[in-house]
Every structure is written in C-alpha cells, then in structure tokens.
Design a protein around this ligand. Sequence first.
Ligand code: HEC
Length: 423
Amino acid sequence: MKESHEGFMHKLDKSAVLTVIGILLLFSSAVGVTLIAPSYVDPSWTEVASPYQRQMYEVADPNLYVSTAATGGDELQLAYHIKDGYTLLAFAESETVRIIAPPELEKYVTRHGESRLKLSSKLMLLREANAEGDRGRQATALQEKLQSQWRSSHSQSAAKELRMPRFDILELYEPEAKEAFALAETDGILENWVDSEFVILDEEVKQRYHEDPGVLYVSNPKEYRIAPFRFGKSSGFQYDPNGRSIASLDELKSPELGFMSREELIQLGEDIYRIEGCWYCHTDQTRTLVQDTILNGSETNAAPPSSANEYVYQRVTFPGTRRIGPDISRVGIKRPNRDWHKSHFWSPKTASAGTIMPSFRHFFDDDPRGTSKSPVGIPNYKFEAIFQYLMTKGTRITAPTQAWWQGRDPVQTTKIIEGQKKV
Ligand code: HEC
C-alpha cells in the first residue's frame, strides 16, 4: 500500500503539482477579489443617483397602473392606487378649475394664486359638483360668478372671438374607503414632482420617502370609476364618472380591465428589448465623448454622460457596441411622445425615409384578415411595455424640474467638454 502510494507521487511530474497549486491560488484569489473589491467601489456606481430616481421606481411605479383594454382601443388609461396615509395628494386650483370644500377640508385646498402647494396623505377625492342640494347651488353660483367676471374682463368684440373657458367646479370629499383608484393625467411620463414650496399638512405619513427634499404627489385625484359598455360586437368596461368604484387591485388587474403596473410593463419592455434584438442596432450609453453628449442633449445643454447608477433598477443592461440606429440612453427626453413611437414602430419609414429599422407590427393588434380599413393598428401590451421602458431612459436621474437642459447640469458636462473638469 505504502509502496504504491509513494510510487504514484513519484510518477507525478513536479510541474503537475505546481499547476494544481497554481489553479487553487488563482481560484481563491478570484473569490477573494469578488468578496473584497465591492467595498472599495465608488458607491455612486451601485446606488441610485437621486431620491427622485428612488421615488420614481420604488414609490410611483408599483402604484401606477396602465391599460388600453378598458377603452377597447387606442387611448391610454392611467390609474393611481392611492392609499390613506401613504400617497401624497394635492388639491390645487387653476384659472379654470375651482374647488369647493366643506369647512373641515378647506385647509387642504391650494387656492388659485397661492404659491405654496399643500399636500396631504389623508385620502380625499374630487368629483364634479353638479349634484342637487347646497353643494350644487354653491357650485352653480361660483361658476356664474367666474363667467360674469370673464365677460366683464373681455370686451364684447374679444368675447365674440374667444370662447369662454369651461369653468370646472369640483367638490372635495372624503371617501369611506381606505384606498381608491384615481384617474391620472399623464402622457406616460410621470411629472408630478415638487421640490420647492410645498408643505405636508399631516404627520401621519407611512413611507419614508416623504422625508426626501422633493416629493411625488398625485394632483387633483378623481376616482377611476367604471361602467360596462357595448358597441357592436365588442363589450367591456370604460371610465365613467358616474359608474361604480373598482373594488380591489385584483379587479383592476383582471383580464377585463387589463391594468398592469408600470413597473411590470417596464420589466417586460426590458425583455422585449432583449428578445427583439434592439441592441444589435442601438446602444444604451451616452459616452463621455463630445459627439454623444451633444447628440443626446438639447440646443442649449449637452446631455450628461451615462453613469452606472442609472441602471441600478435594470436586471439586464444593454450598453451595446454598434450604432446602426441612434443611441437610446436619453430617448425619454428626446422623444417623449407616445404617438411618435406608435407611428415609428408601426412604420419606421414614416419618421425617416431611409431607415433600416424594421417595423414592429406585432406590437399592435390589427385585423389578421386585413379586412379592416384602418391602416393603423391598435397598440397592444407589447407596445406599451417597450414604450414605458424607453421612457425611463434619461428621465429618471434627476427631478424633471432640475433637468440639465434647463441649466442645472448634474455632472457638469459642459465643463467636462471644455476640459475644465476631469471625469
Ligand atoms: C436593423 C437595425 C435596427 C433594429 C433591429 C432596431 N432599430 Fe431602432 N432604429 C434604427 C435606425 C437606423 C434608426 C434611425 C432612423 C429611424 O428613426 O428609424 C432607429 C431609430 C430608433 C428610435 C428613434 C431614436 C431617436 O433618437 O430618434 C427608437 C426609439 C428606436 N429605434 C427603438 C428601437 C427598438 C425599441 C427596437 C427593438 C424593438 C429597435 N429600435 C430595433 C435601427 C434599428
């Protein structure tokens, strides 16, 4: 036994032993580097860039729902899931929208002309104040007053030319429920953000992001109520202010209503971007090179180069290597328009005649037998997903009000380009 063992060791070439030791050393040092190195990485690579970015993904996205199914067509419907003690709400008047409120809710209304926005985490909603009774009379009186003010401030000839605006009188009320689904007015990009001149009226806010310097809020929420409709052979549900409330999140996400959270859509969009191979032709990085920052910027300000922390919420990143099409890392700012993307995916040649970008007609539901006269397809969830994904590109580094093209450039691109500052 002893003899054969010695014999084996004897036969083993010395270099083989060294190779094995070498492999073990390499392996253990690789493990060591992987474990130790991250604590020396600049934290700005792995942490979100701004409280705004965190709020957009962690607070707003999971609570904003998107659907096209409810209208049975083209129109995008957005609903916020608002919760008592959690969501910040603002009830703000404008030139043409006025709010009447019972005395106990009066303090939550930001009156027309007040510069400081009042926010509250108490669940309240607005509704058309055309009901009978005291509130109704109060609304009619206010509307008539505004109309006569408008008439007296416009000369007769001007009044003939201009149409009198519809003065909406909304009533603030407290629903019985602890949560509600509210109609959202947005074109797919969230912009309800305040970073100055606001006050939160109640202390009972159950989520910590409200302590950040700026906050996301829902402006003038009205309940998203639905009523069944039937048109020809199709039937479904649509928004109807006099319809019934949505009972639960499950109902909102049911196949009939078809709402998906924006977060889910963005993740799906990421998958579609991968599966469709968009990254063969597009890069997703604004390099520090002048041509990138200028091309992705605006007339007055260059775009900031991409930084690692912009991608922290992505599961897969697609920096890309070839630019057959333009870079898409700032496309949410360059092209925020949903209609533009609709026509571009349906037929890229409408946007630019010589493009080799293929059309993506499976992002649309059209008549498979081709008997429909409408040449434009109705966008389906795939379009919605890729659109929402594209809209995250460049829009979430800072609050919209701080955006670099308005002069506050977070990474000081201009200085980098002019050589005054090193990257
Ligand atoms: C064969 C190459 C190719 C593929 C694949 C491709 N594109 Fe494009 N894309 C282009 C070209 C070229 C342009 C520039 C001309 C134009 O607007 O069509 C472009 C333009 C765009 C634009 C407008 C960008 C801007 O700044 O004007 C967007 C957005 C876009 N593509 C998204 C996508 C997405 C999303 C996919 C995958 C679903 C995709 N593309 C797949 C080549 C491609």
